[in-house]
Design a protein around this ligand. Structure first.
Ligand SMILES: Nc1nc2c(c(=O)[nH]1)N[C@H]1C(S)=C(S)[C@@H](COP(=O)(O)O)O[C@H]1N2
Ligand SMILES: [Mo]
Length: 357
């Protein structure tokens, strides 16, 4: 944005170009892009650097007039005015969002799908109204099993739509989000209203919400049954992709960085959907010698925790660093994630190559 030019004065096309500048583009149409590695080093990912994953062109909805239909197995179906929702107090939560396809390019054999490296990931502070509050107003009828959440985007008659088990829909942290990092949602991230499902891979957090329908039978839609499933092709029925698996990331030193000999501070992030991370370990060079890193803040469920490790006496030459997180349920990152046809949930330990000298 040039000096003296106000955001509000930009055309929507220029706004979009401006928003896209800070991202690593994966696909232009529809726009898909990664968080740049440097932005993953801050505790909260700036909105302009936060990855974007959209299956279709981004709809442009009016903040002032957009409504959400609340219907299905409810006593009082109604139409929710988003502008009214925005007037009430908002619940704010730091939540890590990771695309289920993040890290797909490191799977062997290479699965089909968007070629994500490790940047389909970010953590923002989200502000919204608990979905439970809206459902309470509608009065969920007995026999409800899932909540269908439909987006405004799609092609032909197919919308981006996903269903959430009723228990997760009613969780107090599941939000109809209106804000990201203290500002109204941007168009790329689902303005004016998106679902935010803490702890689950990103596909559950439906953007540009237009309709909520309480279902008495499980949803069979394309994005429920054909995508976002772990299809291991070993004859076992495919399992739905749900919570984010335990994972960690080294943010410093950066890939290919040259650092001075002596003590080197290694830093990164670790997260596990719906659970707290309890331990992060670092291994210098190959083998099985893992040393404890320090967690830099109190871990909370569904948001990453920063960690640090001092690598004493790093000697000149090329070295590798690995980080491995463990969560409160005892799950630890594997060296190699189970392969699946669509390449989801790759939480394998990553190798960072650094030059000392
Ligand atoms: N309506 C709609 N919602 C959507 C998607 C989409 O294509 N359409 N993509 C999902 C996927 S796969 C991910 S990973 C997250 C990404 O959210 P972000 O673009 O705000 O980072 O949005 C989810 N919500
Ligand atoms: Mo995703």
């Amino acid at each position: 944005m040039g000096p003296g030019v106000e955001w509000e004065q930009l055309s929507s096309k220029d706004r979009q170009a401006d928003e896209r500048q800070e991202l690593v583009t994966v696909k232009h149409e529809p726009f898909n892009a990664e968080t740049p590695p440097a932005a993953l080093a801050s505790a909260r990912t700036p909105t302009a650097s936060f990855f974007v994953r959209s299956n279709y062109a981004e709809p442009e909805l009016s903040r002032a007039t957009h409504t959400v239909a609340v219907e299905g197995a409810v006593a009082h179906p109604f139409t929710l005015k988003v502008a009214e929702l925005a007037r009430g107090p908002l619940r704010t939560l730091p939540v890590t969002l990771e695309c289920a396809g993040n890290g797909r390019t490191s799977m062997t054999p290479l699965p089909v799908g968007e070629p994500w490296q490790q940047g389909a990931l970010g953590t923002a502070v989200w502000g919204g109204v608990p979905l439970a509050q809206v459902l309470q107003q509608a009065g969920v009828k007995p026999g409800a099993v899932e909540l269908l959440v439909e987006g405004a985007d799609g092609e032909g008659s197919r919308r981006f739509a996903r269903a959430l088990p009723m228990a997760k829909a009613l969780h107090p942290d599941t939000l109809l989000a209106l804000e990201m990092n203290g500002a109204p949602l941007t168009r790329a991230h689902g303005a004016p209203v998106r679902l935010l499902v803490p702890g689950w891979y990103g596909m559950a957090s439906v953007k540009w919400v237009t309709r909520l329908e309480v279902l008495t039978r499980p949803f069979e839609g394309y994005y429920q049954r054909e995508r976002y499933i772990y299809d291991t092709q070993d004859g076992a029925p495919a399992e739905p992709v749900t919570r984010m698996q335990v994972k960690s990331l080294i943010t410093s030193p950066a890939e290919g960085a040259r650092v001075a000999p002596g003590p080197v501070v290694v830093q990164g992030m670790a997260w596990s959907g719906e659970r707290r991370v309890v331990r992060v370990e670092v291994a210098v060079n190959g083998g099985d010698s893992w040393q404890a890193a320090t967690l830099l803040e109190t871990p909370r469920p569904s948001a990453w925790v920063r960690w640090a490790f001092t690598w004493e006496g790093a000697k000149a030459g090329r070295h590798t660093l690995r980080a491995r997180a463990t969560d409160e349920a005892g799950d630890t990152q594997p060296e190699r994630a189970p392969w699946n046809r669509l390449g989801y949930g790759n939480n394998a330990v990553q190798v960072r190559v650094v030059e000392v000298g």
